[in-house]
Design a protein around this ligand. Structure first.
Ligand code: NAG
Length: 189
């Protein structure tokens, strides 16, 4: 199966990374990465209460920002077609990262836990909403680092185990290819 079916337009890069979704050009997906985070519990609580307009993801489960982009693209698509499996766009992004259809399992693995010291924040917005991004940044007690550095935080052993990546797959492609394929094919398994 060919999983290279999503093409994105990279429109802006600084500390955070913003992509325009090809099929939904009025939607942007921005990722922001933080380490040395001191208030993971408070952030998680705010997200549960809907006070943070973003998905909070555990970066140790991420290989590359593209993985998040695939999950966000699918979430927007399902929201437009009224076929989301969870309550909100942001929970749908977390659910889409998971290789299984168990929602609580997805949150356990890909959401943040109270003791976490790093977090990837994913925001879906229209055009330039720098205030929205600044509001979220202000809530995180931590140090923002470039989104591309997520690979330095990823736990590949845990990722390979969770996505059941075979040694065979690792030989013919990258870990990212295998992970994105697992995410894309979970509906048809
Ligand atoms: C889903 O995951 C949760 C948490 O890991 C687990 O307790 C539960 O048994 C799982 N449900 C199913 C149907 O597998």
């Amino acid at each position: 199966m060919n999983c290279n079916f999503l093409i994105f337009c990279h429109i802006f890069f600084s500390m955070h990374l913003t992509h325009e979704l090809e099929l939904f050009p009025d939607h942007r997906v921005t990722q922001m990465l933080f380490k040395e985070v001191k208030n993971a519990a408070g952030l998680r609580q705010s997200a549960v209460e809907g006070k943070i307009n973003g998905a909070l993801i555990n970066p140790t489960m991420l290989v590359n920002p593209f993985q998040v982009l695939v999950a966000a693209n699918k979430a927007v698509h399902l929201q437009k077609s009224g076929k989301m499996k969870t309550r909100s766009l942001y929970s749908e992004i977390i659910f889409n990262l998971s290789p299984t259809n168990n929602i609580s399992e997805a949150f356990k693995r890909f959401g943040i836990s109270d003791g976490d010291d790093s977090v990837m924040v994913v925001v879906v917005h229209n055009k330039d909403e720098s205030q929205l991004l600044a509001d979220i940044t202000a809530k995180v007690e931590g140090r923002q680092i470039p989104v591309e550095d997520v690979s330095s935080l990823s736990d590949s052993a845990k990722i390979k185990k969770l996505y059941k990546v075979t040694p065979q797959e690792e030989k013919c492609g990258t870990l990212l290819d295998a992970v994105v394929c697992r995410m894309a094919t979970k509906d048809v398994m």
